[in-house]
Design a protein around this ligand. Structure first.
Ligand code: FAD
Length: 373
């Protein structure tokens, strides 16, 4: 038997499992290591936070998918990897030797400002965020939160803020007396990497929803209930959510896998580690050597089919297939209230129909993992 080890139930690995369920490999023992039985689908996260989706609608059941694929699901997480010896070590003390391995563990926001880890809620790991947000929403219902701040002015931070505001307004008796929201970004504008038309669309939404935006605000320190910015300003908030640039799990660098300047696993065009053969990377945790891709679920999804093919070939010592993609992608960014903005290159369109379109795409995607056979 050959041993295939899948570390993390991210967007690419769910497709690998689905494809192995559709076409099983008789002589391969598959193990999936994931701390959670349910893995969230990023496209539906803001809708889940806003209250438009139930938990099960926005999550893929990894245990079921693993069962269909004939894989063993181990509910723990990898803490160390001996890349040369091909052994993964887990938080529960178990060790797992492999012949071929895939790593799809996502990323977490970079929380390097002193106090950020102690006094803010990171948007990832998402499971922890969702648990905390449910508690904080209860507190908001009781009037405990007057000011909520989100740090991070990218699409993820914006979508999350608008979704949280929608949920908080729905939770209180008088929405006008609900918590006030603030958005901080260290860039000169929100959505710095998007087209001006998309940015203006969101600026209008934020103004209409009375969100205070602090552009050029680089947070250098966090104290309980207070953010200190590089320009000396202090911003008060009862609850602070951290949704900044992605960072990599430290054990990737410690494993001696080749990494880029930010500690993300370097992969070649076959999605294989540039330093260690038979170890593959995908999604946020991986950095293609040949192209800089945004840290977005779309690319993890696109990598899934090629990854599944290459894992099969690696198990049989067959030639691998290259992953070819365009760096751009259609983005459908929701505004919390069952509306969304479409961003495509320099174009942007907004409306309820964009949300319905996004909802259709997301539900169709999820349907594949509810019943892969
Ligand atoms: C609010 C928000 C909204 C977003 N909306 C979108 C969107 O609409 N479209 C889009 O394309 N992107 C979106 N993104 C970005 C998207 O979430 C990520 O790019 C995407 O989830 C990355 O997918 P992945 O496969 O790399 O990993 P993930 O989907 O993050 O999955 C990684 C999995 O690995 C597990 N794991 C972590 N560490 C370990 C370990 N050590 N051992 C074992 N398992 C481990 C985790 O529990 C998790 O289940 C959004 C992000 C945020 C924060």
């Amino acid at each position: 038997m050959k041993r295939l080890l899948l570390i993390g139930g991210g967007h690419a690995h769910v497709e690998v499992l689905r494809r192995f369920a559709l076409r099983p490999e008789p002589d391969v023992a598959i193990t999936l290591i994931s701390p959670h039985r349910q893995t969230p689908y990023s496209g539906m996260l803001p809708g889940l936070v806003a209250g438009h989706y139930r938990f099960d609608e926005a999550h893929i059941d990894l245990a079921l998918l693993a069962q269909w694929a004939g894989a063993v699901l181990l509910p723990t997480c990898v803490e160390r990897l001996d890349a040369a010896g091909r052994i993964a070590q887990c938080a529960d003390g178990s060790k797992h030797a492999f012949d071929v391995c895939g790593i799809d563990i996502g990323s977490t926001p970079r929380m390097d400002a002193p106090g950020a880890r102690e006094y803010t809620i990171g948007v990832k790991p998402i499971e922890r965020f969702l648990t905390r947000w449910a508690q904080e929403l209860d507190r908001a219902r009781q009037g405990a939160h007057q000011d909520i701040a989100v740090v991070g002015g990218g699409a993820g931070g914006l979508e999350l803020l608008l979704a949280m505001q929608h949920a908080a307004r729905g939770a209180v008796a008088e929405p006008a007396h609900g918590p006030r929201f603030q958005l901080l970004t260290d860039t000169p504008t929100i959505l710095a990497s998007h087209a001006p038309v998309v940015r203006r669309s969101f600026e209008r939404v934020l103004a209409a929803r009375e969100v205070a935006v602090h552009p050029g605000a680089r947070v250098i320190e966090v104290d309980p209930g207070q953010l200190r910015c590089a320009d000396g300003s202090l911003i008060h908030a009862d609850l602070i959510v951290w949704a900044t640039t992605a960072s990599a799990a430290p054990w990737i660098r410690e494993s001696e896998l080749a990494v880029d300047a930010n500690g993300f696993m370097l992969i070649d065009r076959h999605l294989e580690s540039t330093s260690h053969r038979r170890i593959f990377g995908s999604g946020d945790i991986a950095a293609l050597q040949s192209a800089r891709l945004p840290k977005s679920g779309v690319f993890a999804v696109r990598q899934g089919p090629v990854l599944a093919h290459n894992l099969r070939c690696a198990l049989r010592d067959l030639p691998l297939r290259p992953f070819i993609t365009k760096p751009g992608a259609l983005a459908l960014i929701s505004t919390g209230d069952r509306c969304a903005v479409m961003a495509w290159g320099r174009c942007g369109l907004a409306g309820k129909w964009v949300w319905r379109w996004k909802d259709f795409i997301d539900r169709r995607f999820m349907a594949k993992y509810k019943r892969p056979l």
